[in-house]
Design a binder for this molecule. Structure first.
Ligand SMILES: Nc1ncnc2c1ncn2[C@@H]1O[C@H](COP(=O)(O)OP(=O)(O)O)[C@@H](O)[C@H]1O
Ligand SMILES: [Mg+2]
Length: 172
């Protein structure tokens, strides 16, 4: 099975993917590592050339096995997968997680905006989407719950929205 774990920075993609990989016995691939091992791709990402997408797609098709879990927020470069898991996080909790990472105010604001406007839900081309809120529980509990949803094909595209006014005022 091919699984994409995506979502805003800090939503838990890397922590959850690694545990999910053990639980499902599907290999975890770090898309960043693959990109970084191809300098021609890195250069093109840096100057945002349109050509990047087909080139990266070709490289991923060659280097990824039949079954994999990848985590990336670069959703426009992600390959087509059997299921896309979009991790979501309450903006107040997400802000705390990003502050812990010592991100600049500007970077925190940009990432919160991505979460509040449902960026990944809007951008995914996959209809088989599981949206999952990581604001609560432990990482392991969340990985287990996500595994069950994948097995049961419990899709929930568009089910999570942060509509409270206070979340929008955080973006000012
Ligand atoms: N319930 C939870 N699910 C996922 N991450 C959590 C949870 N609670 C706290 N965290 C913390 O949030 C951070 C998520 O970071 P990471 O997994 O690197 O996210 P991403 O790869 O999406 O940027 C980690 O420091 C993790 O310990
Ligand atoms: Mg990560």
């Amino acid at each position: 099975m091919k699984i994409l774990i995506t979502g805003a920075p800090g939503t838990g993609k890397t922590s959850i993917s690694k545990i999910l990989s053990q639980l499902m016995k599907i290999q975890y691939f770090d898309i960043k590592k693959i990109i970084n091992s191809h300098p021609e791709v890195v250069e093109r990402i840096e100057c945002k050339e349109k050509i990047i997408n087909p080139l990266l797609k070709k490289i991923l098709a060659k280097e990824l096995p039949k079954d994999y879990i990848i985590d990336t927020h670069l959703i426009e470069y992600a390959p087509k997968t059997d299921v896309t898991v979009i991790l979501r996080c309450n903006p107040i909790i997400l802000r705390k997680r990003l502050e812990k990472r010592k991100y600049s105010k500007k970077k925190i604001r940009e990432n919160l905006e991505v979460e509040v406007i449902d960026y990944f839900t809007q951008l995914t081309k996959n209809d088989k989407v599981i949206e999952y809120n990581t604001s609560k529980n432990t990482i392991k509990e969340n990985a287990e719950k996500i595994k069950n949803k994948i097995i049961k094909k419990e899709y929930s595209k568009g089910s999570i929205q942060w509509t409270k006014k206070e979340y929008f005022t955080m973006l000012k």
